[in-house]
Write a protein that binds this ligand. Structure first.
Ligand SMILES: *Cc1c(COP(=O)(O)O)cnc(C)c1O
Length: 949
């Protein structure tokens, strides 16, 4: 046996554990278990065709060699992406720290106060810099955030605007090209009509409901938009502004001059370019739109003892509740990157940011001076960091390439130069010499920054920002390191214990998969760098696409979508384009089973489809008769079925091929939600079940860490007939030959994060991947059999097996006065994060252990659940003062001088032996969601301020 095989590190249970586990489950072999789990008709007949697995050491050497094929030029391309300096203290303590990157989305607030605080800092920074009242905790990228702004403004149109069918949205021609492409993608299905033009010539007619401006413009020209905003306001046309975050340090906040929504990217706050992502976009708006904001918002509330506590606010807008009425399909966002950008602001503080912004600005003015002295004409009359130089672009390009410099070649006579935080005096002089050489002159030496100013007075910033103490005390590395650690310790992540979230696949995120993210040969590459400089990236991305094609059985993959939900939207838009290409313009019905994830109906609506819900049968499966009836009823309008497989109930339905055939027979396409791919890889695949397109959550099945709620990568894989429609990018050629417009800003989405999944697949190989699937199923069935008799397991396959996850019913405990949340909170006292609560069935828990957990850990979790079951039996409805209702228990509570609860402190905090060996203390008691929603506070104002409110 090769003991250096990565599979041995990735898969937690071992062959030694097998006899005991198989016996518990009641099967003789793994083969028998899989036979009883996966229906015969869909089992793959042959092994996947993938290169043989590399050991960790071999992979690290391979990926390093590949990185050398990327050429790291100094990039002054701009267009929304700028080289940034990641403070080493943030790189080491957050980006490279599993305490941060393996955390889940903070639904269980009591064990997530650390990242909630980091996100509150981020929101505060955004509201301050934009001058708005409210910001969310990140979106996927600037362009999708702009599209979300358009969508939100469309949905909040006045009654009169709706009546008058005001469907026009003005887009300034200064908008970034990738944003324009995305606005087109999103506008068409919603029936919004885009009008692109010069904002100075805009007529503010009543057909318009909104407008979007770029601040500063795409090539750096700075405009004073106050007049525009004023006129728009008079006509009730709402104004969105896409603003460069660093420029806002020196420019007046859009909120001060009349913006209704401000969006942008926070990439240049310390996040590597990463060939396009992941980066956190921000979204800020007015309080009056608080119920329409896409994505998640962190808010302040109090816990049972009245202490300040944080949690995700206003969850009523979550897609799971609103479904096809949801305002947006955003689920996974960019939490880890938002945490990093917020921490960058904490580290530098307002003074540090001013220093950086001024240095960037004065570098641009010094450069302009030098170039003007050489006789060049610089076209921007006012600017922050980007200038446009009129010259023979081809001549400049020739000289620039020799010096490893990338500019933006706007046209034959215009070169764009965007200065960034990392630009040094030497860099400036290199730029000057490139231009001088291009016209055969001697360069002029820039000796120091000149203190110049190219910002018009009317837009210079006069308002304060980041005055909160948080941004003014952690400026030394020691202080920041400890602050980061203090927050980290409040959060339960995978480096503490198993997080068995059903549908979320919280598996190992191996260090070897993550290491390359810190390598500047991967990190410091601009997404619009010429293809000749990104051979390493292109090779890695192409191989990953091929791997995913093989795994899904499909013919083509787009890595563009930045989350599962974006994948759903992308896939449906591809289906839409396919129907249209065949003259099928009327196909707009999307069948969605009642048990589907909330993003499914929300995505269908965004893609302009009408959702028809199909029934779930008694046993949890799709009701095939109902499905057939609806497919036939709508056969002239049927666009697609969205189906999750194995089902959201954790079962391989044997009727799946019949289901996909019914859809095809009635002219529809089958979209498979691939969130549960962890039960399929190597055993079956979407092509075999009869799907046409699927998305994969690389941040679930393929080992990208959850990051506390992002990054995500949600590629779509499609059958041959859909390949031509895969999404494009307006700057770099990608996608099919009849490509739809962009789904995300960067041509290959979050390319940097793709390294992780590439590593995962490359180190496991076909055999390891299949083994991972089998062990995921083994672990789930082991838990199922251990818990049966204590809990009722809902839904099983025909032969009594679960797939990779199972649902336990907690509704019967109502007779003891116990709700499913009480169990979730009590698990914290045992050192565990709760499984998925109340999805897909209210009052239940869905448990997914993954293959990465060891038998010992599975047993610990089962012991905790069984112990809790005994506590439930002891609880009574009449007297709610029990260990479950009072959970979680904090250290402060346990060590206080008084203790008057009807059970011991020992029972509260150390209910089983193993707990004391590795105790995790929740930092607050149970949080009060309703209080926080009634008193919405989403910035880190001092505690006194809101207590009075
Ligand atoms: C996670 C999940 C999604 C959404 O993925 P995001 O990346 O969070 O947008 C969709 N469907 C199912 C079944 C999921 O579990």
């Amino acid at each position: 046996m090769r003991t250096d095989s990565f599979a041995l590190r990735h898969i937690g249970t071992t062959e030694k554990d097998l006899p005991h586990m198989l016996k518990t489950i009641g099967v003789d072999s793994l083969d028998q278990l899989i036979y009883e789990t996966v229906p015969d008709n869909i089992v793959l007949k042959k092994e996947m065709d993938l290169p043989s697995a590399l050991s960790e050491h071999e992979f690290l050497s391979h990926i390093y060699q590949l990185s050398l094929k990327n050429k790291v030029n100094r990039s002054y391309i701009g267009l929304g992406y700028h080289e940034a300096i990641t403070p080493a203290v943030i790189q080491r303590n957050i980006l490279e720290n599993p305490g941060w990157y393996t955390a889940y989305t903070p639904y269980q607030a009591e064990i997530a106060q650390g990242r909630l605080e980091a996100l509150l800092n981020y929101q505060t920074m955004i509201t301050d810099l934009t001058g708005m009242e409210l910001a969310n905790a990140s979106l996927l990228d600037e362009s999708t955030a702009a599209a979300e702004a358009m969508g939100m403004l469309f949905s909040v149109r006045s009654r009169e605007q709706k009546k008058n069918e005001a469907v026009k949205f003005f887009v300034s021609e200064e908008i970034l090209p990738q944003t324009l492409s995305l606005l087109k993608t999103r506008a068409i299905p919603l029936g919004i009509e885009l009008v692109v033009g010069n904002h100075q010539a805009f007529d503010f007619s009543a057909e318009f409901f909104g407008a979007i401006l770029q601040y500063p413009g795409k090539y750096g020209q700075l405009f004073d938009y106050a007049d525009f905003a004023g006129k728009a306001k008079e006509k009730n046309i709402k104004v969105a502004v896409a603003a460069d975050i660093l420029s806002l340090v020196l420019l007046e906040a859009p909120g001060k001059w009349g913006a209704d929504v401000v969006v942008g990217t926070t990439q240049r706050f310390g996040i590597p370019l990463g060939y396009g992502g992941p980066h956190a976009a921000y979204f800020a708006t007015k309080e009056e739109y608080k119920r329409n904001i896409p994505g998640r918002i962190i808010g302040v509330t109090k816990d049972t003892d009245g202490n300040r506590a944080l949690r995700m606010a206003l969850q009523t807008r979550e897609q799971h509740i609103k479904r096809d009425k949801a305002t947006s399909n955003i689920c996974t966002a960019q939490v880890l990157l938002a945490v990093m950008a917020g921490m960058y602001a904490v580290y530098h503080g307002p003074e540090g940011l001013k220093y950086i912004a001024k240095k960037v600005h004065q570098s641009a003015t010094a450069l302009t001076d030098a170039l003007e002295k050489l006789g060049f004409y610089q076209a921007n009359t006012a600017y922050f960091d980007t200038i446009q130089v009129k010259t023979n672009a081809a001549a400049v390009k020739l000289k620039a390439e020799v010096k490893d410099i990338n500019f933006l070649y706007i046209d034959d006579e215009t070169v764009g130069i965007a200065i960034n935080e990392a630009t040094t005096l030497k860099d400036l002089n290199d730029i000057v010499s490139v231009f001088a050489e291009a016209i055969g002159k001697d360069p002029i030496l820039i000796e120091s920054l000149n203190g110049g100013n190219a910002i018009i007075d009317s837009v210079a910033r006069s308002s304060d920002f980041m005055t909160n103490e948080i941004f003014n005390r952690y400026h030394s590395e020691t202080e920041l390191m400890r602050y980061i650690k203090k927050l980290e310790r409040k959060d339960l992540s995978l480096n503490h214990s198993m997080i068995s979230l059903g549908s979320c696949t919280m598996k190992l995120n191996a260090a070897a998969e993550m290491l390359s993210l810190s390598n500047p040969q991967w990190g410091n590459i601009h997404p619009f760098a010429p293809l000749s400089q990104v051979e390493g990236y292109q090779s890695m991305l192409k191989r990953l696409e091929e791997q995913l094609n093989e795994i899904t059985g499909f013919s083509g993959t787009s890595l563009q979508p930045n989350s599962g939900a974006q994948g759903e939207f992308a896939g449906l838009m591809v289906i839409r384009a396919y129907h249209h290409s065949r003259g099928d313009l009327e196909r707009n019905i999307c069948l969605v089973p009642a048990s589907a994830h909330g993003t499914n109906p929300a995505s269908a609506v965004m893609a302009g489809m009408k959702v028809v819900v199909t029934k779930t049968a008694e046993n949890g499966n799709i009701d095939v008769d109902d499905l057939r009836e609806k497919a036939e009823k709508y056969k002239d309008h049927l666009a697609a079925l969205m189906v999750t497989y194995p089902s959201t109930h954790g079962v391989f339905e044997s009727s799946i091929q019949e289901i996909t055939k019914i859809i095809h027979d009635n002219g529809g396409q089958v979209y498979m939600d691939g969130a549960n791919m962890n039960a399929q890889v190597g055993l079956t695949n979407p092509a075999t079940i009869g799907a046409d397109v699927c998305h994969l959550n690389l941040h679930k099945t393929f080992a990208i860490p959850h990051g506390g709620g992002g990054p995500g990568v949600g590629p779509i894989c499609v059958a041959e007939h859909l390949v031509p429609f895969l999404p494009s990018n307006p700057v770099v050629t990608t996608g099919g030959d009849q490509a739809i417009t962009a789904i995300s800003a960067a041509p290959w989405g979050s390319a940097l994060a793709c390294l992780i999944s590439y590593g995962y697949i490359t180190m496991l190989g076909a055999e390891g991947l299949k083994k991972a699937t089998i062990y995921a199923i083994l672990n789930a069935n082991y838990i199922k059999d251990r818990l049966e008799g204590h809990y009722e397991v809902l839904y099983k396959g025909e032969r009594g097996r679960a797939a990779h996850e199972m649902i336990i019913d907690c509704r019967p405990f109502k007779e003891h006065g116990i709700e499913v949340v009480d169990i979730a909170k009590r698990l914290m006292d045992y050192g565990f994060h709760a499984p998925t609560v109340s999805f897909p069935v209210a009052g239940t828990m869905m448990i997914e252990p993954t293959e990465s957990e060891s038998l010992t850990e599975l047993d610990r979790f089962c012991d905790a659940m069984i112990s809790i079951r005994k506590e439930i039996a002891e609880a009574s409805k009449e007297d709610g003062n029990n260990v479950l209702k009072n959970a979680p228990h904090t250290q402060v509570m346990l060590t206080s001088d008084t203790w008057d609860l009807p059970y011991s402190r020992q029972k509260a905090a150390f209910p089983l032996d193993f707990v004391s060996d590795n105790k995790f203390w929740p930092s607050v008691r149970r949080v009060d969601d309703a209080y926080g929603d009634r008193n919405l506070i989403c910035t880190c104002a001092p505690i006194e301020e809101y207590m009075e409110a």
